[in-house]
Design a protein. Sequence first.
Length: 346
Amino acid sequence: MTEAASRRRLLSGRTSSWLYALVTTNPPPGTTDPVTRWIVVTRAAVLPMTLTAGLVAGLLAVGQPGLDWRWLTLAIVGITLAHLANNLMNDLYDTSSGSDSASYPRALYAPHPILSGLVTRRALVTAIMLVNAADLAILVILTAARGWPILAFGLAGFVLSVAYTAPPLRLKKRGLGEPDVLVVWGPLMVGGTYYAAVGSVSWQVLLASLPYGLLCTAVLMGKHIDKIPFDAPLGIRTLPVLLGASRARAATLGLMVAFYVLVVVSVLVGAMPWPALLCLAALPRLVKIWPHYRTPAPAEPPKDFPVWPLWFAAVAWVHTRQAGALLVAGLAVAAAFGISPAALWS
């Protein structure tokens, strides 16, 4: 084998490793290269949720007066870095508080950054500081360009992200983690990114931010349903722990249904252009996963299921991924053809 062929084979192997980690949140069996390791440590597999929120904001901003692509791009990078930092901080805080252990789901569905030895605590803290420093620089630039509301959006997002697991609030332990996610992935991410793009935000944009926020909240609800047997004994009172498994599953289905209802309402009142209704094509996926949420999780994982013991989270993620992608596709069609939102009733 020539040296060039050997390099191509090595690159192909590494690319496959990266893609595997991005899809499953786990490294492939065998040696882990540094890029794959940090893909796993940062839980980059879930970052598409934030990228989708940024795309929703950006596509709603297309054609609006004052749109500046520089600030839109920088804002999307900023919210993605904020999500990445949040993942790292959650692992650090939960490990420090004793919530994360070798027998807790975080260390079962994927290697825990510290407990598995992928990185040291010091490396994790360093990464958190670097990512937050980069995000702070973006916040300063956008605030200088667009004014103090950007600072308000950014600080509110940071406070809610830290308060999710960090003392003294620890919102996740008080049944407030799920509303936290709705606010962050809805009005703060979509509304804040839109404001960075055009320099203003309306009630229509804030309304349009809610449907995708509901989908992200549904994924978290599913994850916390999976963790009820682990969280309840530790006194971690997530919303599913407070509701109980059966009611929590029903509530999660309600969030998914509410996504479609709010998209339709947003189109009717002129908050979204009518091609956003393309997301209704994901309804068959909701119908398919519906029975899974009407019964308890299986006793054993299906074959080659990568994130066990997470079950309901994975089911919700499959729906969120498709519904979110179709929403973005619909908004992209509207942007490409200059179809603006218009109220269908007055």
